[in-house]
Design a protein around this ligand. Structure first.
Ligand code: AMP
Length: 302
């Protein structure tokens, strides 16, 4: 495993891979690595000649009062996880290198970044889009891998890659979960036992609502009622949003009626569990593990 610390050094190594005719897969992260991250690395390794990871706690995607300063940074364990996963290179970013003095360029994706998490985290997706655009420019991978857990983020990144002609294929990978169903997240380590029990209601609610949709229910209100029936009774769980949206556009459904397949439906939740903000979602139908919805989006719609 090669560990690079600077953007220039990272770019130079990745250029060597490409010059040697090797395909490059890339998975950016903020570290505190878990099995969800490792699944991205594993897929990059499977599908590409070289697997590149990055670990960078990107300050520009945190709002004031968010957890930037206490975000976990277990660097040695993270490097070991990259090694175990078979990564070839990991870029460990420093804020002063990624955003040197005088930095003033920003990437903003408009409509996709507005709803859901965009509403409660102003500026968040601007920070994400900017850092991912930079990382893609540094690594210039053939394929880049993102988790479905952060589905809106993945859609924003697909959009920017397409709009800026970055020539990278964006792949969205299924959410990896704990045995109780909780989506793996670096923030899960903030949870105590009671928080953990409350948090496990999120995937349970999503699954219950998903079963209703699979059974033919088309009323958004009834599906969301099923979802909140699981979430609402827990005093440790404060719902920020629980919504059903079109998985391509992230738009709401006209007349609050769910569409028929092949239109994909996103059920998405954000909640605070004893102060820790968690997100999760369910896609109906689920992602085909080997296909990104970006390709589906280019197919004619029925
Ligand atoms: P983060 O370190 O939280 O910024 O996440 C880095 C990448 O890992 C993003 O593409 C996330 O969507 C992805 N990721 C995070 N958690 C999971 C999970 N439980 N399963 C799959 N991918 C994940």
């Amino acid at each position: 495993l090669r560990v690079t610390r600077g953007t220039v050094e990272t770019a130079r190594w990745c250029e060597r891979y490409r010059a040697a005719g090797l395909s490059v897969g890339f998975a950016p992260t903020m570290g505190a690595l878990h099995a969800g991250h490792v699944s991205l690395f594993a897929r990059a390794r499977r599908e590409c000649d070289r697997a590149v990871a990055s670990i960078f706690v990107n300050p520009t995607q945190f709002g004031p009062g968010e957890d930037l300063s206490r975000y976990p940074r277990p660097l040695e364990a993270d490097l070991e996880a990259c090694r175990q996963a078979g990564c070839d290179l990991v870029f460990v970013g420093e804020a002063a290198d990624v955003y040197p003095p005088g930095y003033e360029t920003w990437v903003e994706v408009e409509d996709l970044a507005r709803p859901l998490c965009g509403r409660s985290r102003p500026g968040h997706f601007r920070g994400v889009a900017t850092v991912v655009a930079k990382l893609l420019a540094i690594v210039r991978p053939h394929r880049a891998y993102f988790g479905q857990k952060d589905f809106q983020q993945a859609r924003v990144i697909e959009r920017l890659a397409r709009d800026l002609d970055l020539g990278v294929e964006i792949r969205i990978c299924e959410t990896v979960r704990e045995p109780d169903g909780l989506a793996m997240s670096s923030r899960n380590r903030y949870l105590d036992a009671a928080g953990r029990r409350a948090a496990a209601r999120i995937p349970r609610g999503l699954r219950a609502a998903g079963r209703l949709v699979a059974g033919g229910e088309t009323s958004v209100a009834r599906v969301l009622a099923e979802l909140t029936r699981e979430l609402a009774p827990d005093p440790d769980l404060e719902i920020e949003y629980a919504e059903a949206r079109d998985a391509e556009s992230l738009a709401e459904f006209p007349a609050a009626t769910l569409p028929r397949p092949p239109r994909r439906i996103l059920l998405a939740v954000a909640a605070r569990v004893r102060g820790t903000r968690l997100i999760d979602n369910l896609l109906i139908p689920p992602l085909d593990a080997e296909h990104s919805p970006a390709r589906g989006a280019e197919e004619p719609r029925g």
